[in-house]
Design a protein around this ligand. Structure first.
Ligand code: GLA
Length: 658
């Protein structure tokens, strides 16, 4: 149902002043011809790699079909030129002459034949080995065989080597990566050298010297929002080490893979481009939806990534869930990402001054995903959805040649009790350099809800001003669950109608009934688990390929409890009426003593109790907290360094409410 309103009177919002952050100092990258293996990656490499989607399930047909798909889809022409075979291409034994050989079943025609196939399509071939005695999947690798292996790669026509770090026998990293760099150089073939050392020994300090054209700065990516955000955080401070022929690599793309929403994928792509990351697609390009191809090949976004003359982008501002990232471009413009890591829509803003742009009355703001351009008087602001990013290229302009930059914010509370009225506030900001008029606002609410506008906002907005209106939402059929609403605004600028919409949502929650309850018998507000759903009265069980078995910690089995995989959060609405929560926490025996996590209880944003590190095989730890006055109870499990085997049990978890 739409409730349109013509706005009158004024309510200008006072804006918090933006902090002035200095742009990071950038070391000038060494001249390209200094590079030991040559000028092979003047801009960040682009291509595809088998690992993220296919793991060890690869064969020569997949590689050929992928090469064909890169051509047919237009990805090759957009810049994706490397077709990279990851782990598992090799046979379990070297041949009689000590050479690596391809798996005879999966790659019967050999690597040289694939290289020919790929080259005939204007593409290049990448391959994989490890600077260890075996690859991460236990197949033969190159430590101590650098020369013979590099020569095989060169003989086969390989153009790119990803060189991993598994089974390295404790030999110092620089020594191992130098040995392969020297061996590649000795072949005389142009081979891009991708150092996959996971950032363990600061490869940004020595990667270029040993011949690397790019180096992983982190552990592996997974197709999870948490993973993308955690890798992003690990790039802060490394900006100065990235440049032509020596790129920081925050790992391959998960764009289009199942674990990320379309919005999350777009944020991931925006941020990787801003970081000058190598763009190595990790999806099945033989079968992708049009939006996936659009995200991977957006010309503006690819151009930002490939703008080597600028600098790697960096975090300019951090307001918790709201972040501003920026990257100076070689043409004097600035690429900016407004990121919202939080669970609900919020407005994120920066200024031309903070972005380091020269002083001007007007700025042109190109929205690279929407392909629209607007004029700003100096503020770059957008309402950004949950787990989303907006990306712009901002430059100083001579005249206000485009419609004014206007944004629409829709602010809803995180939750309200079922049946209670809720207020949603919509705000229109005119950040343009000219006025807008005939402003109209609307709010779409689901069936059974009504929205009443409280107060009268202004019909016209001069540049630099904003106007807000509150909407009271009520319902005739109260029900627990998420309520999605969509705000809309439309206005006239220079006789032309322009408009915006923005979604937001809130939760309607039931308080926990009085008495003592197992948490697994109650409805939660929200629940998340890294792998698999949050299980009731069962362990996570993902290892066994699905739902878990009985909750079991150090030999003791529990009938009741929650089974999760860290990182995980389960939230309950205690409504200030509960006294205590208590559980026996531990890692489920199904991991065979692997994994380590930290269990925490939080009330209204404050930590109430922590288990400290609990490892696989440890006996259950009793964890409890006093809940007097707590509205929102959060059960969190942290992965303590990485989400491996972190099957966490909240055994016997009970809450007592009055
Ligand atoms: C390591 C690497 C990954 C992938 C796998 C293959 O984990 O970091 O990118 O190559 O090995 O086994």
């Amino acid at each position: 149902m739409r409730t349109p309103t013509v706005l009158a009177a004024s309510l200008a919002l006072v804006m918090a002043p933006l902090t002035l952050a200095a742009l990071p100092a950038t070391a000038a990258p060494p001249a390209a011809d200094d590079h030991p293996l040559g000028d092979l990656a003047p801009t960040p490499p682009m291509g595809w790699n088998s690992w993220n989607t296919f793991g060890c399930d690869i064969n020569e047909q997949l590689i050929r079909d992928t090469a064909d798909a890169l051509v047919a889809s237009g990805m090759r022409d957009a810049g994706y030129e490397y077709v990279n075979i990851d782990d598992c291409w090799m046979a379990p034994e070297r041949d009689a002459d000590g050479r690596l050989q391809p798996d005879p079943v999966d790659f019967p025609h050999g690597i040289a034949a694939i290289a020919d196939y790929v080259h005939a399509r204007g593409l290049k071939l990448g391959i994989y080995s490890s600077a260890g005695t075996a690859t991460c999947q236990g197949l033969p690798a190159s430590l101590g065989h650098e020369e013979i292996d590099a020569q095989s790669f060169a003989d086969w026509g390989v153009d790119y080597l990803k060189y991993d770090n598994c089974n390295n026998q404790g030999v110092p990293a620089i020594e191992r990566y130098q040995a392969m760099g020297d061996a590649l150089a000795a072949t005389g073939r142009d081979i891009v050298y991708s150092i996959c050392e996971w950032g363990t020994n600061d490869p940004w300090l020595w990667g270029r010297d040993v011949g690397g054209h790019l180096w992983r700065t982190t552990g592996d990516i997974t197709d999870r929002w948490d993973s993308v955000m955690s890798l992003l955080d690990q790039q802060v401070g490394l900006e100065a080490y990235s440049g032509p022929n020596g790129w920081n690599d925050p790992d391959m793309l998960e764009v289009g893979n199942d674990g990320l929403t379309r919005t999350e994928s777009r944020a991931h792509m925006s941020l990787w481009a801003l970081l000058n990351a190598p763009l190595i697609a990790g999806n099945d390009v033989r079968d992708m939806e049009p939006w996936v191809l659009d995200q991977l090949t957006d010309p503006d976004v690819v151009a930002i990534d490939q703008d080597w003359g600028g600098e790697q982008g960096s975090k300019l501002r951090d307001d918790g869930d709201a972040e501003v990232w920026s990257k100076p471009m070689s043409d004097g413009s600035v690429a900016v990402v407004l990121l919202n890591r939080g669970g609900n829509t919020q407005t994120v803003a920066s200024t031309a001054r903070d972005l380091g742009l020269r002083s001007s009355k007007f700025y042109s703001v190109r929205d690279v995903w929407a392909d629209t351009t607007r004029t700003s008087g100096g503020t770059i602001r957008a309402s950004v959805g949950s787990h989303a990013a907006e990306m712009y290229i901002v430059s100083a302009a001579r005249a206000p040649s485009h419609p004014p930059l206007v944004s629409l914010d829709a602010a809803a509370p995180y939750y309200t009790a079922v049946g209670e009225q809720t207020t949603v506030t919509t705000t229109v900001y005119n950040d343009g350099a000219t006025a807008i008029s005939e402003l109209q606002l609307g709010l779409d609410v689901p069936a059974g809800w009504t929205a009443t506008q409280d107060g009268s906002p202004r019909p016209s907005l001069p540049p630099g001003e904003s106007t807000s209106v509150d909407w009271t939402l009520s319902t005739t059929n109260p029900e627990a669950g998420r309520v999605d609403v969509e705000a809309s605004a439309s206005w006239l600028s220079d006789e032309v109608r322009d408009g915006a919409t923005q979604q937001t949502s809130f939760l309607q929650v039931e308080p926990i009934p009085t008495g003592q309850h197992y948490l697994s018998d109650l409805e939660w507000m929200e629940a998340s688990s890294f792998w698999g759903p949050v299980e009731r009265d069962m362990s996570n069980g993902e290892q066994a390929g699905g739902d878990g078995g009985p909750i079991t910690i150090a030999g003791t089995t529990y009938e009741k409890g929650l089974g999760v995989h860290a990182p995980s959060t389960v939230t309950y609405f205690a409504a200030g009426d509960c006294a205590t929560v208590a559980a026996q926490v531990g890692i489920d025996d199904e991991t065979n003593s692997q994994g380590d996590v930290i269990f925490e209880l939080w009330g209204d944003g404050q930590q109430l109790a922590s288990s400290g590190v609990v490892s696989g095989g440890d006996p259950a730890v009793p964890l409890s907290a006093d809940l007097a006055g707590v509205d929102v109870l959060r059960l969190r499990v942290l992965d303590n360094g990485g989400p491996n085997y972190d099957h966490a049990d909240w055994a016997d978890a009970q809450i007592t409410c009055s």
